[in-house]
Design a protein around this ligand. Sequence first.
Ligand code: PLP
Length: 371
Amino acid sequence: MKPIRMVDLVTQYEKMKPEIDTAMADVMKTAAFIKGPEVKTLEQNLEQYLNIKHVVACANGTDALQIALMALELKPGDEVITPCFSYAASCEVILLLKLIPVFVDVNPFTFNMDIEATRNAITAKTKAIIPVHLFGQCADMEPLLNLAREHHLWVIEDAAQSMGASYTFGDGSVAHAGTMGIIGTTSFFPSKNLGCFGDGGALFTNDDAMAHKIRRIANHGQSKPYFHDEIGVNSRLDSIQAAVLNIKLKKLEGYHTARKKAADYYDQAFFNHKNIVTPFRSACSTHVFHQYSLQLIDTNREALIRMLDSKQIPSTIYYPIPLNEQKAYLQEGNYPVTSSLCKTVLSLPMHTELEEEQLEMITHTILDFLK
Ligand SMILES: *Cc1c(COP(=O)(O)O)cnc(C)c1O
């Protein structure tokens, strides 16, 4: 059996090596390493795939969030609502720009931003909401967008973990993660569902003026070379990364299928187990399984992790600490669902190359431990 990895990018690369190597070598032949034609092509391919008017590539998903907040011209002291159970990036850029992060708790089933908690967190200073489409599933966007409209708030969607997931509105219309708010952001970090061979990210918008502003901010605030209209950042995507992403984008639907197949296997193995809550599948969103995260009930999680470790089965706690309890962002607050999830969740190996014998080994080991 092949070694079990949390994410197996080695096998994934081996399967497309000739195609990828040629595309990368082509970039080297022209030496257009930054903002070469591959980047433009990627932006166009993504516009088509996501059915959105503008895609602007940038250096990583954290920059994408920062650029989004800069493009909306938020001012120091403005409040931005974001989930407490999440990766640190949204909170980090809010604080970097001297804005105030207002955390809200998440829904105990979907682990996504709780709508009522969001409503209760709105004050006169609130300017924006950043829902994070966590683990591969869209937050409940329809009520969230209605709430934002009611209070004249911007919505920036963090789709770093849910590239390609789609949300269905009450009227039956469907939209991809990242295309429903004023701006959507994503990351092409290697382990994401659409990952490159280094750092990468992108912003999405249907607003022409916003797209223009985003493009300018991402490139030193320049309207043309050496004319700086506003303060920007240096956040560009390398052509080699874009070349890789153009190939992997064509495979993304297949990747979703492979991830879902692994998730179905896990679901079946753990069905109705008294100690395991398998990931909830929302009725309004597809799930692209960036992570397969269990909740463990009445279980010694650390002992289980040690047991898995001893059999060379990796597992990870996403996330061990509520954001408001992180040393860097310390804040008072009561987030019972987040607190409980931090103590009970465990993410299992999830990627496009999982084989049945590996899944069998993982599930048997866990079920044995829980006996
Ligand atoms: C990975 C991730 C980011 C940051 O992306 P980078 O490309 O690593 O900067 C932001 N938000 C979420 C939810 C993520 O998972």
